[in-house]
Each structure stands twice: as C-alpha cells, then as structure tokens.
Design a protein around this ligand. Structure first.
Ligand SMILES: *Cc1c(COP(=O)(O)O)cnc(C)c1O
Length: 406
C-alpha cells in the first residue's frame, strides 16, 4: 500500500525552490484536473505551456504505452526508430536539416549556445565568443542559460557566471545593434518573451536582428521553448514572423507532458558538433520520441492552427468583457494561446493573489512576473471550458478587487 502524503510533506521533504499551490492534483483529463479532495479545476495553465493536447490524450497514452512495452532506453551508443521518425517530422516541418535531442528547454538552449561558440571558434577563432541576449529573457536554469537569461535575480547568487554575455533591451533594435559586432558569435532571443511577461517581439525587431546577425556572421538563435509547437497559431513563431533563425530550440509542448527538448539547425552549423563534442544520456530516448512524434502529428495540421486562432479570439473577447466590467488590466496581449493580462497600476504586483483566488474558484492560471496573469491552456480546450474558466476567472478577480484594500 502507498503511504498517504499531503501538501505539508512538500514543505518538509522537498528542497524549497518552489512554492506550489495549496492543493495536490492527482488526476486529469482534457482541461480538467482533480485534487486529493476531489475538487475539480479548469486548466488555463497547461503545465506552463506543456500540455498542448490537454491531459491524458488517448492517442498520446497509446503512443507511450505501446513504446513502453517495446523499448525504453538504450543510451546513445544506439539510435532508435521513434526518435528518427520525430527528427524527420521536425526537419520536414521547419527550416532545419539536423536535430539534437535532449530532455528540457534549458538543455536545448545549452546545446544552442555551445554550438554557437564551437562554430565561431572553428571558423574565426576564440575571440569570436560574445553572446547577446535580452533583459527579462528566460532561457532556463543551467548556469550558462540562466546567465543568458535577463533576470539577474536568478543568476547573481551563483557567480562567477560564464563570461561573454551581454544584455540588450528587448524590442529595441538600436540597443542590440550597439552590442553586436564581429566578436559576437550568437544572438539568442525569444520571439515572444514568456516568463518575462508575455511580450511579443515587434516584427521589425526580429527582422532587424536577422540583418545585423548576417552582417557580423553571428548566429541568430530563437528560443521557442515556450512559443513553439503550435502555441502561437503557427507551428513555430518564426513562421508567423517570417524571420528564419540559424538555430531554434523547442521543448515544453513538444512532449505534451513527457520530458523532451530539441535543438534544430542547418547542415552547415550542425557539422561543428562532431562526434564527442556534446551529449546527454537520455536525450533522444525512444519513449520521448514516440510521444513527441504523436504530438507533432496531431498539432502540425492547418485545422489545429485554425483552432488556436479561434480559441485566441474566445479568450480575447472574454477577457475584454471582464476588463470592461472590472477595469483591472492595462493591456491584454500575446499570440495564439499564450496570453498575458497586464495588471494596471491599481493592482500592480497582485498577479499571485489572482492566481491564488483563481485556485479557490476552481481554475488554474499562470503568472509571468508580479503583474501579469498568463494563460497557456491546451490547444484543444473546449468552448465550454473556456467560458466556464473565464467566469471563474472573473469571480477570482472580483474577490481580489474586494480584498484589494486590505
Ligand atoms: C521554460 C523555458 C525554458 C526552460 O525550459 P526547461 O524545460 O524548464 O529547462 C527556456 N526558454 C523558455 C523561453 C522557456 O519558456
């Protein structure tokens, strides 16, 4: 028999890097989760833009179970069929010729940054090592990626940090141009800053970065860990913008909840990563390959992308209605099903309170910084669930407004 466990055990047993909600989810289906007490929650969080096909999708269950009965792991001394099929799907669907598989977004970015350094060292010498990233960016929590991220609060306690990384202002091309030169090996950017507050890039900003990178032979890396796999209504956000990177990282929704990450690049750049230059024990394992392949098959269709656009409109219409009644948000922004509600001055800093009030109403939402409420639901969430979830969201907002003076 399993011993009983509860939320209190977290506070005693787990390294306290997280402050999870007061309830413990035990089961989920589609866009509904149930906790230990049997309370139901509508899921507008999507496991932080991961559960793109909701929970317990029957086709994903089948893909995982069939593979689980065949082959789990061999290590990279052997390749396997599911990961080769997924690589082909990604190559056929994008600009890329080559794929490196890993297990998370941070690892995909780590691989991208290492590729950029290696390629530049090979081509131009070790002085071409500069990396330009952006303030408020998020690229993961390894020391290299957290240093590339533009939130010093996440990196400063771990100094000394990897050298050679500078941060420009997002959506400010001049500030990037001032830092990019012939010693720059790469520019890494999110087409939409997710953790940084759901801030879409301006098209001219990404186009300009592409031009400046070409001028200085610097690689343009798009971190699409959050924006990828249909989230914006395009398979990858670079397609929406019409700006093609040299390297693209993808993770989160690619596994629909199963851990996987990937770095996509061109034939020419991939050649720098010769045998032995980089690796991971679990990267490209058959279980992740099987699930990722099914996710790609289900998401990379025109119908799915049209469905994201439709759902975007349900959210925007509903949220605009709420805002007309409650006057909470200064802006509602985002692309597809990555949406941020920016709290106005009166409620600034209260996103976490709304998140907690929403849980009490039976709704899971995300925050992106102290003053942005973020939604990243399943790409196939139903109209009824969106309506009911938004009603619960409005109730949660009212509760915060009523308690706001206290
Ligand atoms: C979540 C995220 C990462 C990190 O992914 P992990 O799987 O948590 O390592 C990197 N970049 C972006 C844009 C993300 O949203």
């Amino acid at each position: 028999m399993n011993p009983s466990v509860s939320r209190e055990n977290f506070d005693r047993w787990i390294v306290p890097t997280y402050a999870p909600a007061s309830f413990v989810p035990v089961r989920a289906e589609g866009s509904t989760l149930w906790d230990q007490q049997g309370n139901a929650y509508i899921d507008f969080a999507g496991g932080i833009a991961v559960n793109a096909l909701g929970h317990a999708h029957p086709d994903l269950q089948q893909a995982l179970q069939q593979q689980a009965a065949r082959l789990w792991h061999t290590g990279n001394g052997y390749t396997n069929e599911p990961i080769l099929r997924l690589a082909k799907q990604l190559i056929d669907a994008t600009f890329a010729d080559r794929v490196f598989f890993c297990n998370s977004g941070a690892e995909a970015n780590e691989a991208a940054l290492k590729l950029a350094r290696k390629y530049a060292h090979d081509q131009a010498g070790e002085q071409k090592s500069g990396i330009v990233a952006f303030k408020n960016a998020f690229h993961g929590r390894t020391l290299f990626t957290v240093s590339a991220g533009g939130q010093p609060a996440y990196s400063k306690d771990f100094a000394p940090l990897p050298a050679g990384i500078q941060h420009a202002v997002y959506n400010d091309l001049a500030s990037a141009a001032a830092l990019i030169n012939d010693q720059t090996c790469a520019v890494i950017v999110e087409p939409i800053q997710g953790e940084g507050g759901v801030v879409p890039a301006e098209p001219a900003f990404l186009r300009g970065l592409r031009e400046i990178c070409d001028r200085h032979q610097a690689l343009l890396i798009f971190d699409e860990v959050q924006s990828g796999v249909g989230r914006t209504g395009s398979l990858y956000a670079y397609m929406h913008y019409g700006v093609t990177p040299d390297v693209l990282t993808t993770a989160k929704a690619l596994g629909g909840g199963f851990p996987i990450g990937a770095m996509l690049t061109t034939e020419k750049l991939a050649a720098a990563m010769s045998v032995g230059t980089h690796g991971t024990t679990y990267g490209g394992n058959p279980l992740a390959g099987a699930v990722g392949g099914k996710v790609m098959e289900l998401i990379n269709t025109p119908e799915m992308m049209a469905g994201v656009a439709l759902r975007h409109q349900w959210f925007i219409d509903g949220l605009n209605g709420i805002n007309q009644r409650l006057r909470l948000f200064s802006e509602i922004r985002g692309l597809g099903l990555l949406i941020g509600c920016v709290l106005n001055q009166d409620y600034s800093g209260k996103a976490k309170l709304i998140n907690q009030a929403a849980a009490k109403e039976g709704l899971m939402v995300l925050i992106a910084g102290a003053s942005v409420v973020r939604f990243a639901p399943s790409l196939i969430i139903s109209e009824e669930e969106v309506k009911e979830g938004l009603a619960r969201f409005e109730a949660a907002c009212r509760a915060v407004i009523e308690g706001a003076g206290s």
